[in-house]
Ligand binder design. Structure first.
Ligand code: SIN
Length: 281
């Protein structure tokens, strides 16, 4: 792909690219937007620097990509129900998203993508890692690809956001809410055909996938464990170091992400906007 209206700098050999030469505080041309869209498809996650958008401007940029999903579990930014807060206060030990996952796989029509806008970042640490589920799939043996192509998996939100979690009174209190809304379970193919790129991607994840459809959790575990360690091989990943004003926008159908919790005693505040998606096949 040749980009002429933006500068695209890949972050690793398999996933992620930084986009330069764009000012999201202003209207962008349709040529720029189409090239940003192409980069999103090609790299799975795109990054912008020094944008410092107001909440209204964050919503405006997000709405260019689709309908915003109003998050039912995260506390919203005051006055902005469309923006979820991903917050860790200096005195809180646990972070949100600290294990590999992709968002909303417990929904029957899972989110297409999520945007994170950095507002306050620690002096050091607090990076986010991304892994390519295209690379994970492409690098499996033909035999395992053939097996997985015929399979489906069960996903749930209950064990992560439901009442058992809420009643633990851990320090996610105040950041995670509405345990009664954790009533979603969904079944998706283990390998999806990406609705936009047509590429095959591995679509199970360590946080929300419970097991394979028709298999017990215990039967599923060894193969899921194998897939999870395979999918996070370093060569399938990239790591993004945040600065205030940075933005990441990831494709939930093509990547996983993990927020590194290595900044105890410091505050980190991000705004997150999630874009709705469609049923996957
Ligand atoms: C998330 O999982 O949505 C949060 C990622 C991050 O805070 O880096």
């Amino acid at each position: 792909m040749n980009y002429s209206s933006i500068d695209v700098r890949p972050k690793s050999g398999s996933v992620g690219a930084e986009i330069l030469g764009v000012n999201l505080k202003k209207e962008i041309s349709s040529k720029q937007f189409n090239e940003i869209k192409a980069a999103f498809g090609q790299f799975g996650v795109i990054f912008f620097r020094d944008q410092n958008l107001t909440p209204d401007r964050e919503i405006k940029f997000a709405e260019k990509w689709g309908k915003i999903n109003v998050n039912r579990f995260f506390t919203n930014v005051s006055g902005y129900p469309k923006i979820a807060m991903v917050l860790k206060e200096a005195d809180q030990k646990k972070n949100i998203g600290g294990a590999w996952h992709t968002d909303h796989t417990y929904d029957i029509e899972p989110a297409m993508g999520s945007m994170l806008f950095a507002h306050e970042v620690p002096q050091k640490g607090g990076d986010t890692m991304f892994a390519s589920m295209y690379s994970a799939y492409d690098n499996l043996s033909t035999g395992l690809k053939n097996t997985l192509n015929g399979m489906k998996a069960r996903h749930s939100s209950k064990h992560v956001f439901g009442k058992d979690r809420a009643s633990r009174h851990d320090d996610t209190v105040g950041r995670i809410r509405n345990p009664e809304a954790a009533n979603q379970d969904a079944i998706h193919p283990v390998v999806i055909k990406h609705p936009d790129t047509g590429r095959k991607a591995l679509y199970v994840n360590p946080t929300f996938t419970l097991g394979f459809d028709g298999w017990t959790d215990a039967e599923s575990k060894p193969l899921l464990d194998y897939l999870y360690q395979h999918a996070t091989r370093p060569e399938f990943t990239c790591r993004f170091e945040w600065k205030p004003g940075s933005i990441a926008f990831w494709d939930n159908r093509a990547t996983w992400h993990l927020a590194i919790n290595d900044y105890q005693g410091e505050k980190r505040l991000m705004h997150r906007i999630t874009i709705e998606g469609e049923k996957l096949y």
